[in-house]
Design a protein. Structure first.
Length: 145
């Protein structure tokens, strides 16, 4: 939603994201009151997620309507790669949390991050490869005289 809001801001349109945000916030507050009674903390988390999802879908839909659906070219494949990498990260992190390692959440987070990066690299994700090149630059050979 933040990226979509910035599209509107760049066009000097601050009203649309604010209105969408206020409506989404109002719906989110109502959902929190309703869902926290029936589901407790899980309901509160679900209502917060629903609020962000409502804002994102609405702003992205308005952006697509204004600029055309072509602006989302490449998004489905990126989402698929990210979902696969995230599944690997969560699976590995969960396995590590079940061990007797000291500070298992730290080990799980580190292993999950490495798993995510590994899957994205295997799936030839451009951003992951750029990150690796930035973190581990290779020296170009010295020009010969």
């Amino acid at each position: 939603a933040e990226v979509a809001a910035k599209v509107f801001f760049s066009q000097q349109n601050t009203r649309t994201p604010v209105i969408v945000g206020l409506i989404g916030f109002s719906i989110g507050v109502a959902l929190k009151f309703i869902w926290v009674r029936s589901s407790g903390v899980i309901g509160l988390a679900a209502a917060t997620s629903a609020f962000y999802l409502i804002n994102a879908v609405t702003l992205l839909g308005l952006t697509a309507r204004q600029l055309g659906i072509g602006i989302f070219r490449g998004v489905p494949s990126t989402l698929l790669r990210t979902a696969l990498g995230t599944a690997a990260a969560v699976g590995l992190g969960r396995l590590i949390l079940q061990t007797s390692l000291p500070y298992p959440s730290l080990w799980g987070a580190a292993a999950g991050g490495i798993a995510l990066l590994a899957v994205l690299l295997l799936l030839r994700d451009d951003v992951a490869w750029r990150a690796v090149r930035v973190l581990f630059p290779t020296r170009s050979p010295e020009p010969s005289p």
